[in-house]
Design a protein around this ligand. Structure first.
Ligand code: 5GP
Ligand code: ZN
Length: 112
């Protein structure tokens, strides 16, 4: 999509710290990380959110997320995976992405 910031990262029209990539997916550092490691894993195909994403494609998406976690070493001590969906979640970029957050002991608290 022309005005999608993540599509621009995929096309290298804006810079990003890309950490892992294959033909269909790309992982890069979140520009405003909330923990020592904060990556975004996204499909190269523009899809607005998880609800719109074909479940059959989640097999490859899951494998990519696991490979990324292993590549970065997040698989050792663990990490949190989050996908915000629509307005109540606070989704701000409308290209499906999974946040991979780790590198430290994470807090877990009430969100409202
Ligand atoms: P959401 O709020 O939609 O779940 O997450 C969007 C994430 O994208 C945010 O954590 C935000 O920091 C990140 N983000 C927004 N714009 C950019 C950008 O231009 N580059 C990178 N690397 N991350 C971005
Ligand atoms: Zn997009």
């Amino acid at each position: 999509m022309d005005n999608c910031i993540f599509c621009k990262i995929i096309k290298r029209e804006i810079p990003a710290k890309i950490v892992y990539e294959n033909g269909n997916f790309i992982a890069f550092e979140d520009i405003e990380g909330v923990a020592p490691i904060h990556l975004l894993c996204i499909p190269k195909k523009h899809i607005e959110n998880f609800l719109e994403y074909p479940s059959s494609d989640m097999v490859d998406m899951s494998n990519f997320i696991k490979e990324t976690a292993k590549e970065i070493g997040l698989d050792n001590k663990g990490f949190r995976m989050v996908s915000n969906i629509k307005e109540d979640s606070g989704q701000s970029v409308f290209h499906l992405h999974f946040h991979l957050i780790g590198g430290a002991k994470l807090k877990w608290d009430k969100l409202v």
